[in-house]
Design a protein around this ligand. Structure first.
Ligand SMILES: *[C@@H]1O[C@H](CO)[C@@H](O)[C@H](O)[C@H]1NC(C)=O
Length: 349
């Protein structure tokens, strides 16, 4: 099925079954943690860019709802995240995420300091991407939130969330959550450009249940530091060396030891982390914890940094539960992650 045919099918199915892009549609995942730490007010002041892509487009804002994102480098990119992580988990945010950007402008929000803990930028002939790790506490995210998948298609073909886009790209997807690698919180965002059909094969959003390691294999996902590299194109998503393919929903699902290989990288430069910008949000628990610690309280920063109590246990969420219209199987596919978090224990149709 070509992408266009798939899009038509998706639209027809959307019209027939009238999916509602509202909170809770994605369903699974632990409830959003309540606010347990009050962040100290940051020193961030919005500055409107006077040159480059943002010139003339105005400032970012702590309450911005902009969904036009960008990917420039390991220290200058955006991620789609909940506008209110006290209410939304990462799956729910598939309906309403907004762009948080390291250098926010044009109504996007500034990325809170300390959220991105490592990032690796890769540029190939067909896409740019950043993969890395994050500190969930800074965005009030549950450490057991298996996460969501965001793209420019969604159930109604207008974005997941509606209006989400990346400058210079015609397709993108983002995976973010804390289940792909045990004990790590990881993200990946890829923006594909050029010929639309070719572009889509590298940004194919019909693998939303498979997770970051399948769709964006990269040897540096969990590695420390910030790097900018060129990379070879991998095979299109779902394709294997030798010509075999896997489509989400096929009767047998590859486990992590049979994921497509990572592309090789070259011309890598290690760069310094983004300079701290003084950005805090009311839910910026890490900042709150630091403020408590430096304010002479007896509480230690590490103890205060994550005090949410996940309500529903380790296996509460189907990982990457989707609202994408491209998954047209009659019954909803459900992936249960094993306790180890890597092997797909069940794939029920
Ligand atoms: C600025 O924001 C508007 C509205 O979200 C969007 O249409 C436009 O593409 C954005 N421009 C850039 C350069 O990000």
């Amino acid at each position: 099925m070509t992408f266009l045919q798939a899009a038509v099918v998706a639209l027809v199915i959307s019209a027939a079954s009238a999916p509602v892009l509202a909170q809770g549609v994605g369903g699974a995942g632990p409830p959003a943690p309540s606010l347990t730490v009050t962040a100290a007010t940051g020193t961030w002041k919005p500055v409107a860019p006077t040159s480059g892509a943002g010139a003339g487009l105005g400032t970012g804002s702590l309450s911005g709802m902009g969904r036009q994102a960008y990917i420039n480098s390991a220290t200058d990119f955006c991620l789609f995240l909940p506008p209110n992580p006290v209410q939304d988990d990462l799956v729910q945010a598939e309906a309403d995420a907004v762009a948080y950007c390291i250098n926010a402008f044009n109504g996007t929000r500034p990325m809170p300091d300390g959220f991105i803990t490592s990032a690796h930028f890769r540029k190939t002939d067909h896409y740019v991407q950043v993969v890395g790790t994050f500190n969930p506490a800074v965005m009030n995210l549950d450490v057991q939130d298996c996460g969501g998948e965001y793209d420019n298609h969604g159930a109604q073909g207008v974005g997941n969330p509606v209006g989400a886009a990346i400058s210079g790209a015609n397709n993108f997807f983002q995976f973010i959550g804390s289940c792909d690698i045990p004990g790590q919180s990881t993200f990946g965002i890829r923006a594909c450009s050029g010929d639309a059909g070719t572009s889509y094969s590298y940004c194919n959003n019909r693998y939303d249940l498979m997770g970051l390691l399948f769709v964006m294999p990269d040897n540096d996902i969990a590695n420390a530091g910030f790097t900018n590299c060129d990379a070879t194109d991998p095979l299109p998503v779902g394709h294997y060396p030798g010509g075999s393919t896997f489509q989400q929903g096929d009767s047998s699902t590859p486990d992590a030891s049979h994921y497509p290989p990572a592309p090789s990288s070259s011309n890598c430069q290690t760069v310094s982390p983004p300079t701290s910008s003084g950005v805090t949000y009311t839910w910026n628990q890490a900042a709150g914890a630091v403020a408590v610690a430096t304010g002479g309280s007896s509480g230690s920063a590490s103890a205060a940094a994550h005090t949410s109590s996940p309500g529903s246990g380790k296996d509460s969420g189907a990982a990457h539960t989707h609202t994408s219209g491209f998954v047209t199987a009659p019954a909803q596919a459900v992936i249960a992650l094993s306790a180890a978090g890597l092997a797909f224990a069940a794939f029920l149709l």
